[in-house]
Write a protein that binds this ligand. Sequence first.
Ligand code: NAP
Length: 300
Amino acid sequence: MTAKIIDGVAIAKKLRTGYAERVHALAPRGIVPGLAVIVVGDDPGSKVYVRNKVNACRDIGMRSRVHSFAHDCGEGEVLSCIRTLNEDPGIHGLIVQLPVPAAFDMRRILQSVSRAKDVDGFHLYNVGSLVFGQTIFPPCTPFGVQRLLECEGITVEGKNVVVVGASNIVGKPMAMMMLQKDATVTICHVKTRDLAQYTILADILIVAAGRPNLILPQMVKTGAVVIDVGINRLPDGRLVGDVDFEGVRQKASHITPVPGGVGPMTVTMLLQNTIAAAEREANSTPIESPDFHDFERAIA
Ligand code: NAP
């Protein structure tokens, strides 16, 4: 068996064409969806990701704004910028590019983003809503994986889905989203003993560990769908995922390449979440829950 290679670039392009139409449809109402990105420090990876986001916005007629801070700036300056952007009616989506410097209280930073503009889905309110299956902002990378599966006509219900990696931004929300689609979900992490005994059972194997060649052909069931979220730069400069692509593609039914699989979908879902926020504003749909202030006080 040779796997079908899932073309994330083509799927993302098709989705973005539809998003451009949605942006266009808002124009007569005087609304141009706007994304603000806050960057702290000079992480080289962040520069590339932010440039991709800015270009993606421009290509479909959205507005974007980047607010850059030096690595040694005060946390108060960043919080003040977030507060200003929270109130800015021209901004519908606001993200803080990770990582932020280690000295920063990341929790405080992420919780200060308005939950109505939290298009990365990292605010505790949106994390909690995800658990209840009601989030308005699914986190972009797992959301992108879910859309890839949908676009390929791969059903999740009743399947064994194994997620390798349990980070707050990829693995955990990914597992939650698959559970909500009625999969039987297993989450593996760095302390999992004998990873292969879990991965071999997967109908759908989603790998987000950041370890090149973590998944070898003997760890994959014949006919499995393999989604490689990992992005690793090898010493020779090559970009690879977490899966032995050439080996595993001989056994899987579907596989995502790196680059060109999940990566383009992450930015695409950021566009989707920002446009949805602008559309909610256009339709005056509140996201307020009467219980929210109690919840906010409880976690303060
Ligand atoms: P992360 O915060 O470092 O989390 C990695 C997770 O993998 C952790 O839960 C860790 O376990 C687990 N892990 C590490 N080594 C493992 C092993 N040998 N066996 C099993 N589990 C292992 O990273 P992340 O932010 O989730 O990102 C994961 C990867 O996806 C990275 O390569 C990142 O660059 C990539 N990524 C790609 C996109 C995209 O758009 N394509 C977006 C985001 C991230 P512990 O929790 O126990 O330490």
